[in-house]
Design a protein around this ligand. Structure first.
Ligand SMILES: [Zn+2]
Length: 299
């Protein structure tokens, strides 16, 4: 494995959870995401990989899974998740970047990546890593920001926006913030080895005017009904797609769990406060229950 990584978006020391979700007017977005997730999640499973878990806003929605591995690049976000969810066998906290996932192949039977691909400069590379760590038959729920949304189309037609919402390449509208074309996402998922199951369009009514006009319950009800049109077309700012890895799971064929993100060796000697890679000798700390596998932060 090489250590050349595309730039990583870091929410370290960010108050994203409180400023974006807890105090601002995001109840609608949160509620309609919950509806989409409920529709797409399998009823039960063994081991869920939550990529870009942040402060654990969605984690409690994976109650059907026996264990959840929360991955985020920011350790402070994971600390907030820990404060919310507690420390138990059920939750495993891992600081890592998605381009170098510190897990053995074919480990997980479920994975979600919500509001996270948005920050990936190399989305196909990230999706390839997700595929690598998933079992055959494993279900993957991906949310992405859709560049081909109605607002972007109107702005483009009115010449208020230079980039073309119909073009397949991602648009970086702010540093490390990307919107994607639905067809590009489908192509990448297929190339990575996923088979598409369903698409739901989400946040049809994400407009300050509409959100002021209608009560929350009505907004959520309407969006819930509209989500099914995702099978036909995708014109919302947010899209959920569920896919699966082809084949039937025979469980995790390997005894291992973690692997060294630096050299790919899965022989890690575990101590109380660190794991030591038998391949390259690198030390991966465990601090207050958080497994730190970030390649770039350590030297
Ligand atoms: Zn190593």
């Amino acid at each position: 494995m090489d250590n050349n990584t595309p730039p990583v978006c870091n929410y370290e020391d960010s108050d994203y959870q409180t400023s974006f979700w807890d105090t601002s007017d995001r109840a609608y977005e949160d509620a309609v995401e919950a509806v989409a997730l409920k529709r797409l999640l399998p009823k039960s499973g063994d081991l869920m990989l939550e990529l870009g878990a942040g402060a654990g806003r969605n984690t409690s929605r994976y109650g059907g899974y026996k264990r959840v591995v929360l991955v985020d690049y920011s350790k402070t976000q994971l600390e907030q998740a820990q404060a919310r969810l507690g420390t138990s066998e059920k939750f495993i906290y891992v600081a890592a970047d998605i381009y170098h996932l510190p897990f053995v192949n074919h480990l997980f039977d479920g994975a979600t990546m919500i509001r996270t691909l948005h920050h990936m400069a190399d989305a196909p590379l990230a999706l390839g890593q997700v595929k690598r760590v998933m079992q055959p038959g494993g279900k993957f729920i991906l949310e992405y920001a859709n560049k081909q949304n109605l607002k972007a189309i109107l702005r483009y037609w009115l010449k208020k926006q230079s980039w073309n919402p119909f073009a397949l390449e991602p648009v970086e509208f702010a540093a490390l913030n990307f919107d994607f074309h639905p067809k590009a996402i489908r192509n990448w998922l297929t190339s990575a080895g996923f088979k598409l199951d369903r698409q739901l369009t989400v946040s049809h009514l994400r407009s300050p005017f509409i959100k002021r006009l209608l009560p929350l319950a009505v907004l959520v009800h309407l969006d819930s009904e509209f989500q099914y049109t995702g099978a036909l077309w995708q014109l919302t700012p947010s899209v959920f797609v569920r896919s699966h890895v082809d084949g039937i799971s025979e469980g995790n064929p390997q005894a291992g769990f973690f692997q060294c993100p630096s050299c790919g060796n899965d022989d890690l000697q575990k101590h109380d406060t660190e794991q030591v890679c038998a391949g390259c000798g690198r030390i991966w700390p465990i601090v207050n229950g958080i497994h730190d596998f970030r390649i770039q932060i350590q030297s």
